[in-house]
Design a protein around this ligand. Structure first.
Ligand SMILES: C[S@@+](CC[C@H](N)C(=O)[O-])C[C@H]1O[C@@H](n2cnc3c(N)ncnc32)[C@H](O)[C@@H]1O
Length: 298
């Protein structure tokens, strides 16, 4: 028996996919998609089936290895990605400043809205986790200047993780823990973080691994803490899969369905409005990027 929402067997994965499709149907949203090689997919089930999943336990295991090896190799290879901001942002280095500026305002609002985080901020006790951190752009540009006392960075590529302390700077790096691990395996201690930041990396996780990862990150929050997910969304289809680095961009509603599956909810403010802010100053060629504040249900 698994104590995570999605048990590690093919039937549970298949059931998840059916629930996701039901969710999208109820929201009058499409669940079809496409990939970068021009293939069209009728639904989410076809996406995962064509990637070798949902057949039986054994093929699921080898497909999982294949799925994660592809993105790992992509990010680990210097010819594909330089260990720089430009490398992290796929040639959009110039957007980093705008991105971090909007994130800072969002983070400030979230901390002000949480009495527990405000108190810990006052006591210099805030802790954060940057997921899919690359060289630590968010830790260096947002968390450390913000006064986080502890920053954990989780990243699958050893090459990028090794570049992180130098990029962050020797002194600030003493507040950081560099954890070289896939998010699909990362399992932090409960009650550890005020802020968990997941930016531009959920596309590399399968649906079931993403749900279980979010569930574990929910448990890792301190009281009053928040997970922020900031990522690309596609708007006409439910998903758009890029075969180059093995990623899948999902629609906003698809992402919401996964958040609910993890037993989490979107944070609401005093006026009961959901704390979701869309980055509104990126050029049109960039997918729409929401910042979604997520927390546990209790
Ligand atoms: C587009 S970059 C974004 C980096 C960083 N989040 C930022 O905003 O600057 C995607 C990062 O996700 C990492 N990544 C991809 N798959 C991952 C996985 N399964 N677990 C952890 N990190 C992963 C890549 O190695 C890369 O560093």
């Amino acid at each position: 028996m698994s104590d995570e929402p999605i048990a590690n067997d093919t039937k549970s994965r298949r059931d998840l996919i059916h629930r996701l499709q039901d969710y999208l149907t109820k929201k009058f949203q499409v669940y079809s998609g496409k990939d970068s090689e021009g293939r069209e997919y009728e639904d989410i089930q076809e996406l995962w089936t064509r990637n070798g999943f949902l057949l039986d336990e054994e093929t699921d295991l080898s497909s999982s290895e294949k799925w994660y090896n592809k993105s790992h190799l992509y990010w680990e290879t210097e010819e594909n990605v330089q260990a720089t901001i430009d490398g992290m942002l796929g040639g959009f280095e110039h957007l980093s400043e705008r991105d971090l500026a909007a994130s800072k305002i969002f983070l400030e609002n979230l901390i002000q809205a949480s009495p527990e985080m405000s108190k810990r901020r006052h006591e210099n006790q805030l802790s954060s986790c940057e997921c899919g951190a690359g060289i630590g752009r968010v830790s260096k540009g947002l968390f450390l200047p913000f006064g986080m006392q502890r920053c954990d960075l989780v990243e699958t590529s050893p090459r990028l993780m090794q570049a992180a302390p130098t990029y962050i700077g020797e002194e600030e790096a003493t507040k950081c823990n560099f954890i070289c691990q896939g998010l699909q395996e990362f399992n932090p201690e409960p009650n550890t973080y005020d802020i968990v930041w997941i930016q531009w990396c959920i596309a590399y996780l399968t649906d079931w691994d993403l749900v279980n990862f979010l569930y574990r990150m929910g448990k890792s929050l301190k009281k009053g803490g928040v997970i922020v997910m900031k990522d690309n969304t596609c708007n006409e289809l439910a998903f758009d899969s890029d075969k180059t680095d093995g990623d899948i961009t999902r629609s906003y509603q698809y992402i919401r369905a996964l958040i609910e599956e993890a037993g989490l909810r979107i944070v609401t403010n005093q006026d009961k409005k959901e704390m979701v802010r869309w980055q509104d100053d990126f050029p049109d060629e960039i997918w729409p990027v929401p910042m979604i504040a997520i927390t546990t249900k209790e």
